[in-house]
Design a protein around this ligand. Structure first.
Ligand SMILES: *Cc1c(COP(=O)(O)O)cnc(C)c1O
Length: 431
C-alpha cells in the first residue's frame, strides 16, 4: 500500500479536519539538515516554523546528535519516581542558573500542557495546605485568547473559543482578563482577589492567539498586581522561552520573577519531548512535612525527566553558550523586521505582528470557507517553505540558527505566497 493511502487509512492528525486531509497528498518528511526539511520525493523546504516552534538550533545539530547518542550508550530511560540520574540533576541546576532569580526547584514532565497542569495543581495544593483564609484561594485568572495546552486543566484556563468552548461543561470555572490591559486585571482582582490562587500568562506574546503582543510594561504590572493581592504568578514560557523573544526567557525583558515558570517546546531544541515547571522555594516549602501528613505533590508522568531528553536539553544549552546564539540573533531580529515591512504593505495583509523571532502575518478578512491561511501554506510549500497558519494568521517562527540568506528567502517565499493565494481568491471561482 502507498504511504499516503496508509496515512489516510490509519492516522488521525492533530488539529485536522480529516475529511479535507484525505483529499490532499500528504508531505512526508524523510530527513532534515540545519534549517531544511527533505521529503520522500527529495524536495527541500525551509522549516519556517521550527517544526512547531521547537527546533531552536535547526535540525541535526552535531553537538546535540552526539549528546543523545552518548546518552543512548548509557541508559535510554529510567524513572524519577524513587530514583534520580545525572542528566536530570545537571539540567535542573543549569535551568535554575538561567531562570529569573527566585526560581529554585525543577519539576519535570513531558509537554507544555503538563508543565502548565503541574503549575496549576501545585498552586492549588499550595494554598490548600496553607489552610485558613488561604484555602479560599481556589480560582485562576487567565487572559482572553490564551492558549496553555490541550489537557483539561490547561483548556480550563484557555481562552480560544474555537478550541475550547465545546468543553466548557467539563472544565473548572476561570476568571478571564483582557490581554494587555492592566486596569482590567486590577478590576478583576479588586473584586475577586482573595479567591484567586494564581494568575496565568504567556509573557509578552500570546502565541496561539496569532502572535498577540502585550504592551511594554504589562508583565511588570501583572507581577505588581499579583504581589499587591498576595496572588501567585504562573508564566507560561512554553512558546516564548529559549530565545524566541531575543532573550533566553521573555520575563527577563521586564525583570519579572514569576512563582512558576513553565517550559517545554524549545527546551530540547526539538529533539525529544520534555517539559519543566520551575517553582520558587516558598512554593516548595509549602509541600514539606512529615511523611504521614501527606503534603507531597502526588503527580508524576511515567517518562518524567527522561535521560535522553535531558541530555538533548543540556547539549542545547551548551550550543547557546558556544555559538553565542542570543548575541548572534540580535542582527537577525533587525533584519527580520526590515524584511517584514514590505509584507505589511501588501494589500491583503491586515497587520504584521512581530516580537523577536515570532511573527504573525494577519490576512485581511477573507470568508472562512476560503481557508486563506491554508492556501498561503500550500503556495509556500510549492515555493519550498513550510509554514503553518493559525486561521488566517500566517505564523513565522524560524530556527534561531537560520542564516540571513535563508531568512530573506523564507520571507520572500511567504510574501510571494500571500500574493499568489489572494490573487487566486480574487478570481471568479472555477467550476
Ligand atoms: C504549545 C503551547 C503549550 C502546549 O504545549 P504542548 O507541548 O503542545 O502540550 C502550552 N502553552 C503555550 C504557550 C504553547 O505555545
Amino acid at each position: 500500500m502507498e504511504l499516503a493511502e496508509q496515512d489516510h487509512r490509519y492516522l488521525w492528525h492533530p488539529f485536522t479536519q480529516q475529511r479535507g486531509w484525505e483529499n490532499e497528498a500528504p508531505l512526508f518528511v524523510e530527513r532534515a539538515e540545519g534549517t531544511d526539511l527533505f521529503d520522500t520525493e527529495g524536495r527541500r523546504y525551509i522549516d519556517g516554523v521550527s517544526s512547531l516552534w521547537c527546533t531552536v538550533h535547526g535540525h541535526r545539530h552535531p553537538t546535540i546528535d552526539r549528546a543523545v547518542r552518548e546518552q543512548l550508550d548509557r541508559v535510554a530511560h529510567t524513572t524519577m519516581l524513587g530514583l534520580s540520574h545525572p542528566p536530570a540533576v545537571e539540567l535542573a541546576r543549569r535551568l535554575i542558573e538561567l531562570a529569573p532569580p527566585g526560581l529554585t526547584r525543577v519539576f519535570y514532565s513531558d509537554s507544555g500542557s503538563t508543565a502548565v497542569e503541574i503549575a496549576l495543581k501545585m498552586a492549588f495544593q499550595f494554598w490548600q495546605q496553607q489552610g485558613g483564609e488561604a484555602a479560599k484561594r481556589t480560582r485562576f485568572v487567565s487572559l482572553r485568547n490564551a492558549y496553555h495546552g490541550d489537557t483539561v486543566g490547561a483548556v480550563s484556563i484557555g481562552g480560544i473559543d474555537l478550541f475550547h468552548s465545546i468543553y466548557r461543561p467539563l472544565l473548572f470555572d476561570t476568571l478571564m482578563a483582557e490581554p494587555g490591559d492592566a486596569a482590567d486585571l486590577e478590576r478583576l482582582l479588586t473584586t475577586h482577589g482573595d479567591e484567586v490562587a494564581a494568575v496565568v500568562v504567556e509573557p509578552l506574546v500570546q502565541g496561539a492567539a496569532g502572535i498577540l503582543l502585550h504592551p511594554p510594561g504589562y508583565l511588570r504590572d501583572v507581577r505588581d498586581l499579583c504581589d499587591r493581592h498576595g496572588i501567585l504568578l504562573i508564566c507560561d514560557e512554553v512558546a516564548v522561552g529559549f530565545g524566541r523573544t531575543g532573550r533566553m526567557f521573555a520575563c527577563e525583558h521586564e525583570g519579572v520573577s514569576p512563582d512558576f515558570l513553565c517550559l517545554a517546546k524549545g527546551i530540547t531544541a526539538g529533539y525529544l519531548p520534555l517539559a519543566a515547571t520551575l517553582a520558587s522555594e516558598r512554593i516548595y516549602e509549602g509541600f514539606l512535612g512529615r511523611f504521614e501528613e501527606f503534603r507531597a505533590f502526588f503527580h508524576g508522568h511515567t517518562y518524567t525527566g527522561n535521560p535522553l531528553a535531558c541530555a538533548a536539553a543540556l547539549a542545547s544549552l551548551d550550543v547557546f553558550e558556544k555559538e553565542r546564539t542570543l548575541e548572534r540573533l540580535q542582527p537577525k531580529i533587525a533584519l527580520f523586521e526590515e524584511l517584514l515591512e514590505p509584507v505589511a504593505a501588501l494589500p491583503d495583509v491586515a497587520e504584521v505582528r512581530q516580537r523577536g523571532f515570532m511573527c504573525g502575518i494577519e490576512l485581511a478578512g477573507f470568508p472562512l470557507d476560503q481557508r486563506m491561511g491554508h492556501r498561503v501554506t500550500m503556495e509556500a510549500r510549492e515555493r519550498g517553505a513550510i509554514v503553518r497558519p493559525l486561521g488566517d494568521v500566517v505564523i513565522l517562527m524560524p530556527p534561531l540558527s537560520i542564516t540571513a540568506e535563508e531568512l530573506t528567502r523564507l520571507v520572500e517565499i511567504v510574501a510571494a505566497s500571500v500574493v499568489a493565494a489572494t490573487a487566486e481568491a480574487a478570481l471568479p471561482l472555477a467550476a
